[in-house]
Write a protein that binds this ligand. Structure first.
Ligand code: FPP
Ligand code: MG
Ligand code: MG
Length: 383
């Protein structure tokens, strides 16, 4: 099953919590405007990998056994009457055309059986918020990248056009922000708001691609540093700060909060390095999105940077963003005959080792094992 989660084991540990995830996300996205409703829910129809919410849930469970601050109480974000998930009639000449159907309170009640779980309702909500932010960034990303497929289906920009896709992404961020505010935890709000800013900062660094615009740039130490900083902002920020937020919501002590953050940061960096490697090594069919896309977009990612280090002739191609006839193929050939892919994998492995090291002080549990397994899965994944 190509839609199966990337790993059976870690998923099983939080399967019960994951069961309601998509349903709750769709509820958070309910809009009285039918096309906004459709576009913003579009990527929730096809199964994603759910890596980020899974990490939040596993981290929540793993840190439930670690030292806690004096009793911390967070409100139950599911128990409150929830006007944001209630569809509102738009002021329209013909409201019936908008298919207005308010969600009944009974739909709310069936979503959550929170008894006897070591994962708090606020931590589950955080998992949903994390996936919402991620999905919003994918909507924008597919517009920026002129992508044609996502999760093995036509991408939203192809299906609905750029304007509606961008607006639906903004709408998602709005709903994610409301849900975040409902957690009533200013530190967690600040973290996730920073993530949104970081995603855009990372994307801007990528648009610029290199620190300096030059015709024939040379590979320097700074080249890799810039790439890694971009990678942190674009991918690892969301994973690291949501792991941190999970520990904060659970009332963990500062050293546990820091360990959760370091785990997420290192795993996030490894995740994106592997992503950049798969763009070279796996077919579009297997990925469910276009392969070999980075060079076509003018992007020099880790495999190419390592190849460039040993082959300065790549500088000219980097400088013109692989825009001349035959550049992409030439770059691909040079990467293939270099150790760029091996070096990328080795660097990802270093980060994964650091992620595991970060949580080594946590007491043994299924959830901790799940977090360690996630590291292995990230290294083995092919999509
Ligand atoms: C996928 O990267 C995209 C991201 C990890 C984030 C992109 C961020 C933005 C577009 C900024 C806007 C953010 C928000 C929150 C609205 P990729 O293109 O390398 O991966 P892909 O192969 O999956 O497309
Ligand atoms: Mg993309
Ligand atoms: Mg992109």
């Amino acid at each position: 099953d190509p839609n199966a989660p990337i790993s059976a084991d870690p998923f099983q540990i939080v399967a019960k919590e994951m069961k309601f995830l998509t349903k709750n996300i769709r509820q958070l996205l309910g809009s009285g405007h039918p096309s906004l409703d459709t576009v913003s829910k579009y990527y929730t129809q096809s199964e994603g990998k759910y890596v980020r919410p899974m990490l939040v849930l596993l981290m929540s469970r793993a840190t439930s056994l670690t030292p806690k601050l004096a009793r911390k109480t967070t409100p139950d974000p599911f128990s409150v009457d929830d006007p944001i998930t209630r569809r509102e009639i738009l002021r329209d000449e013909n409201p019936s055309a908008l298919e207005y159907s308010p969600l009944t309170s009974s739909t709310h009640d069936t979503q959550h059986n929170t008894q006897a779980s070591d994962i708090l309702p606020s931590q589950r909500r955080l998992a949903e918020i994390t996936e919402l932010i991620h999905t919003a960034s994918l909507l924008h990303d597919d517009v920026i990248d002129h992508s044609e497929s996502r999760r093995s289906a036509p991408s939203a920009n192809i299906e609905f056009g750029n304007k509606m896709t961008v607006l639906a992404g903004d709408f998602m961020l709005g709903r994610a922000s409301v849900a975040l505010a409902r957690l009533r935890d200013p530190e967690v709000t600040e973290l996730l708001a920073t993530v949104i800013a970081n995603l855009i900062e990372g994307e801007f660094m990528q648009l610029k691609n290199t620190a300096r615009d030059e015709r024939n740039p040379r590979y320097t130490e700074e080249t890799l540093t810039y790439y890694l900083q971009k990678t942190y902002l674009k991918s690892a920020s969301l994973i690291s700060k949501s792991c941190r937020a999970a520990a904060i919501l659970g009332g963990s002590t500062p050293d546990v909060v820091e360990a959760a953050y370091l785990y997420g940061k290192n795993l996030g960096l490894a995740f994106q390095l592997v992503d950049d490697m798969l763009d070279y090594t796996v077919s579009g069919e297997e990925l469910g999105k276009p392969a070999g896309a980075d060079l076509e977009l003018g992007l020099a990612t880790a495999p190419l940077l390592f190849a460039w280090k040993d082959n300065s002739s790549l500088g000219k191609l980097v400088g013109r963003k692989f825009s001349h006839e035959g550049d992409v193929q030439r770059a691909r050939d040079i990467v293939a005959s270099s150790s760029g892919l091996e070096q990328t994998r080795a660097l990802a492995q270093e980060y994964v080792d650091k992620a595991i090291e970060a949580i080594s002080g946590f007491p043994d549990s299924d959830a901790k094992t799940g977090l360690i397994d996630m590291c292995t899965k990230v290294m083995k994944r092919r999509k």
